[in-house]
Write a protein that binds this ligand. Sequence first.
Ligand SMILES: [Fe+2]
Ligand SMILES: [Fe+2]
Length: 185
Amino acid sequence: MSKLDVTQVMVEEHRLILRMIALLERNTELMEQGQFRDWQFFLDGVDFIRNYADRFHHAKEEDVLFAALVKNGMPAENSPVAAMLMAHDHGRALVRGLEEAAQKALAGEPGQIAVIARNARGYAELLRDHIDKEDSILYPLAERVLPAELRPDMVRAYQAATARDAELESRYRRLVEKYEQRAAA
Ligand SMILES: [Fe+2]
Ligand SMILES: [Fe+2]
């Protein structure tokens, strides 16, 4: 019996997350140069990160993929899974910082550009590195070690996460496309 794939869909989600990260980096750069003042973009970026990157993608990792690795014998502490969970938490803190500063900027409070830039870049760097480690180390490891019998339930759990909000993927894809089109204009 060939093993069901349990990471390809996660790699594809990384691609959409990386497109939003590229927008965050580009618009942060332009903001610092005085050429970008669309504070709503940063709030939409926070919405994307919270709901797509975190509640959807990271939740699937934490509840399904990482849980399966631990069930299969990977230690929960001082392990690759523990390092990935720490990065998810660190990202959540940076996103709170980004949200607060963007809300203040939108309300007309001065002095927020440096705070937005620090949190947006911090998140972008963290997640690029994190995604790179998952794509190149942890996911290939998962494909090597997870036994076939664990996989059908994992695929079902992924599908259940998608079914909870069938529109989520296309909604956030459109959001990324909208800002990519504005960036290209
Ligand atoms: Fe992750
Ligand atoms: Fe991931």
